[in-house]
Design a protein around this ligand. Structure first.
Ligand code: CA
Length: 233
């Protein structure tokens, strides 16, 4: 069963979301605070996804996201922000969230996004792949290990989130090709994704911090102005 952690201090919202997720076949862990969420994750490490409200008493959702990511690259994370908190959204994505949704949201949209997120995470896990697929993709001095989900640069391991890993997969399969941002969005987040292309830029920025020697003048993930990005191995 798919398991999701719902972190929200407003009881009525949390209970409504949890109820709807349960009706859609999810196992739900509920936490009214970040502190409680961390306890729950410790005893239930196999969560597929987490829904993190940003505004929480005590530790906020952004710090929670950062804390979870430090030890777990696999869990899918959706941040929940209030209207007008654009800066928080971008910050959330830059510290490892996979997606965001703005309050007030419709439960059906939330469920669609969670389903898409978990499908992505599962699709990219080894059991869902064809046996014929190679375990490693090689591009220049980079190696993408499909089994361990780790990127190696000149033999040095670099930890990636699921979304970052999938962007790299897309690049590796299309070296030297200018990829329009919408195509990257569709390739990673799936067809019919509701979000905007900014999420691509934020992930690219984060990837550059991880893989480029000089993130401000990238040699591998090139910007194609007014279009998208190109992988230069
Ligand atoms: Ca709240």
């Amino acid at each position: 069963m798919k398991r999701v952690l719902v972190v929200e201090d407003e009881d009525s919202i949390r209970e409504m979301v949890a109820l709807n997720l349960k009706m859609n076949g999810w196992e739900v862990l509920e936490a009214p605070s970040a502190e409680r969420a961390l306890e729950l994750l410790q005893s239930n490490p196999s969560c597929d996804a987490a829904l993190l409200d940003i505004m929480l008493p005590g530790m906020d959702g952004l710090s929670l996201c950062e804390t979870i990511r430090r030890s777990n690259a696999d869990i899918g994370i959706i941040m929940v922000s209030a209207k007008g908190q654009e800066a928080d959204k971008i910050r959330g994505l830059s510290i490892g969230a996979d997606d965001y949704i703005t309050k007030p949201f419709s439960v059906s949209e939330l469920i669609a996004r969670l389903e898409a997120l978990v499908r992505r995470v599962r699709r990219s896990s080894s059991e869902g792949r064809e046996n014929a697929e190679p375990d490693q993709l090689v591009s220049g001095s980079f190696v993408l290990d499909e089994k361990s989900r780790v990127l190696y640069k000149a033999g040095k391991p670099i930890d990636l989130t699921q979304v970052e890993f999938q962007i790299m997969e897309l690049f590796f399969r299309n070296p030297g090709t200018a990829m329009v941002r919408e195509k990257i969005l569709e390739g990673v987040w799936g067809k019919g994704y509701f979000g905007d292309v900014k999420i691509v830029d934020v992930n690219i920025r984060r990837l550059r911090m991880k893989i480029e020697d000089e993130p401000s003048s990238p040699q591998h993930i090139m910007t194609v102005w007014g279009y998208g990005y190109r992988w230069n191995p």
